[in-house]
Design a binder for this molecule. Structure first.
Ligand code: ADP
Length: 235
């Protein structure tokens, strides 16, 4: 079972990816987290990617695709993954399909989290994440118990360099100009589901899971996943 989560910056994609991962017993794979981790570890990949990230641009495919496919090939991801932040372009989606096919796997569902652009800007400007594990907080809507400290692991909170200034607008432009085309790509493969991301975290998760179970029950793919238990509202 592999799920692609599509959502603009600030749509709550990372939060929902973590919750979905837990609910469905999968692994969370965030391309942005992999890049930030690589930078913290000062690997050459991390240092090369950093310049693009700071400008709010996409990191070139030759770095991104190999990094994600390599991670997916790790046995820890064999049971399946929730992909967060990858793919972001049609060419990445095609590379992902080819790479998974070579491993005898595939994308089962692509889920879109829909949030209006003006709401995204408000969310991004107050966002802080923790250094140890990228837990997400918000100045107004989700402050930590102690200012500047992560509730979960006690590490420092910081504002991402690309959550301020021009990089924010650029990232949203790329999302609404380019990444959004993935909706057609996955719709054409009958894999697309959608949820309204402009509601409380728990409501978004409920809607996502309902849509997911409904999709799996009515698609051919569901038959290949014996572990799937249907909620009662699936008819
Ligand atoms: P956001 O979705 O808020 O932009 P991420 O943490 O997912 O945050 O990504 C941060 C940055 O990492 C992106 O702006 C981009 O520079 C780079 N990045 C992440 N995923 C990809 C990808 N699939 N292709 C190219 N660049 C990526």
């Amino acid at each position: 079972m592999n799920i692609v989560l599509i959502g603009a910056q600030g749509s709550g994609k990372g939060t929902q990816a973590g919750l979905l991962t837990e609910a469905l017993g999968l692994r969370h794979l965030s391309s942005g987290d992999l890049f930030r981790q690589a930078f913290e570890e000062r690997t050459s990949l991390g240092i090369r990617a950093r310049a693009y990230i700071d400008r709010g641009e996409l990191v070139p495919d030759e770095l991104t695709v190999a990094m994600v496919l390599q991670r997916l090939a790790d046995p820890a991801y064999k049971a399946g993954a929730v992909l967060d932040g990858f793919p972001r372009t049609i060419s990445q989606a095609q590379a992902l399909d080819r790479g998974l096919k070579r491993m005898g796997r595939r994308i089962d569902v692509a889920a879109y989290l829909d949030v209006p652009r003006e709401e995204l800007l408000a969310r991004l400007s107050g966002r802080y994440i923790c250094r140890a594990a990228q837990h997400v907080y918000h100045e107004h809507t989700r402050p930590p118990k102690v200012r500047g400290i992560c509730d979960v692991d006690g590490s420092d909170l910081y504002q991402r360099s690309d959550d301020a200034g021009e990089a924010v607008q650029k990232r949203l432009d790329i999302f609404f100009g380019e990444t959004i085309r993935l909706l057609d790509y996955y719709q054409n493969q009958s894999k697309l589901i959608e949820a309204n991301g402009n509601q409380h975290v728990e409501q978004v998760l409920t809607e996502l899971l309902d849509e997911f179970h409904h999709h799996m029950a009515h698609s051919q793919h569901g038959r290949y996943w014996p572990g799937l238990s249907m909620p009662s509202n699936c008819g």
